[in-house]
Design a protein around this ligand. Structure first.
Ligand SMILES: *Cc1c(COP(=O)(O)O)cnc(C)c1O
Length: 375
């Protein structure tokens, strides 16, 4: 039995990131949200294409310093920043600190004054923004993230010494299609310019990723064109976005071998090495993770069409990776190549549950590797 493995296709990632960058207006800065996947190979691959990295913890700050020494971190974000966190951001000379509350702004200002510095910040604001037709209102509800609009106005009009309020940060929702994401960008920018006379606006990430249709990707060209219209309306504003999932998700695969195939009460169960302690995404998001079967000709039982439940090696009914209604036959010894595992996958998994071995990590073309895997 070959140990399960994550395979990162860094060539594909480089191509995808370059296409995303090219689809955006020059005046839009593209940051990568490191929390989606901090794998060093992924960060190094993106380093040449993105305009910067967004760290959402002190750990990510230190990680970026180790993986990309000398590269200035573009943004430091996240709720509940402690004195230690903010001191680390000061020491790293992070370009922008995204401030989540008045308390945090004063905490940062105090540290900055003590260091004889003035720190550039964006205020994270929880703004109500309606999508066309107002089917969906994003932000504006009670939230631990960011501050209410009137608080941001107050802090911008009367900031403590030690900080310079440069503008607004908003990350209001995820799963946005290009039109909705651009509407959010327009709404946030209009508010920021009107109420704060803000020069900088970071509209966050959250670009949609469709796990049921791996081929239907976020349309960066349409989004870029719509952002261009927002920029034309606000010629002096510097606009930033900070996607994570939609950048790295497609470059990752999780390869695992089928250990057992059986039928229970009329339903096929496929049991693979590993499981959701390696790839928690389907359990966390409640979807069926897409996969491809690479047949390796095992003897014994073989699924014969119809619904299949693909589970891992954990002693819990929640350890379900996929549950397709139909698909290619699967036998013991086949390799399943789970796609869309390049974001919020290994790094969100409860890796110590049951103390199974961790997966291996490698780079390359996942299907080519699966064919020769363990041979
Ligand atoms: C998680 C997060 C992102 C990235 O979101 P994606 O859905 O991965 O694009 C960006 N900004 C903030 C503030 C976040 O918390």
């Amino acid at each position: 039995m070959t140990r399960p493995a994550y395979v990162y296709d860094l060539a594909a990632l480089a191509g995808h990131a370059a296409a995303v960058r090219a689809a955006l207006p020059e005046r839009v800065e593209l940051l990568y949200a490191v929390k989606a996947n901090p794998d060093p190979g992924i960060l190094r691959t993106l380093a040449g294409t993105v305009d910067g990295f967004e760290a959402a913890s002190r750990g990510e700050l230190h990680h970026l310093a180790a993986v990309l020494p000398g590269r200035r971190v573009a943004a430091f974000a996240g709720p509940g920043k402690t004195e230690e966190d903010l001191a680390a951001a000061l020491a790293a000379e992070v370009a922008r600190v995204h401030v989540e509350s008045a308390t945090e702004l004063h905490r940062l200002a105090g540290l900055a004054r003590a260091a004889g510095r003035t720190v550039d910040v964006l205020l994270r604001v929880n703004l109500p923004v309606a999508t066309p037709g107002a089917v969906l209102v994003m932000g504006g509800a009670a939230s631990p993230f960011g501050m209410d609009p009137q608080e941001a106005v107050r802090l911008t009009d009367d900031p403590p010494a030690g900080v310079r309020v440069r503008g607004v940060h908003a990350h209001l929702a995820s799963g946005l299609d290009p039109a909705a994401a651009a509407t959010v960008a327009r709404g946030v920018t209009e508010w920021a310019v009107r109420h704060l006379r803000a020069g900088e606006v970071n509209v966050g990430g959250g670009m949609a990723v469709d796990y049921r249709h791996p081929d239907r990707r976020f349309d960066w060209h349409t989004y870029g064109r719509l952002l261009g219209e927002v920029l034309a309306e606000h010629p002096t504003v510097r606009l930033r976005i900070e996607p994570g999932r939609a950048v790295s998700v497609y470059c990752g695969s999780y390869l695992t071998e089928v250990v057992d195939v059986k039928r229970s009460q009329g339903r096929w169960f496929v049991i693979v090495a590993g499981g959701t302690h390696h790839l928690r995404t389907p359990a966390a998001k409640g979807h069926s993770q897409p996969f491809v079967v690479v047949p390796r000709g095992g003897a014994g039982p073989r699924t014969d069409g119809g619904p299949v439940t693909v589970v891992g090696q954990l002693c819990t009914p929640k350890d379900v990776l996929a549950h397709p209604d139909d698909g290619d036959p699967i036998a013991v010894g086949d390799v399943l190549v789970f796609g869309m595992a390049g974001a919020y996958a290994w790094n969100i998994s409860h890796r110590d549950f049951l103390l199974h071995d961790p997966p291996n990590f490698t780079t390359g073309d996942p299907l080519a590797l699966a064919r020769v895997w363990g041979r």
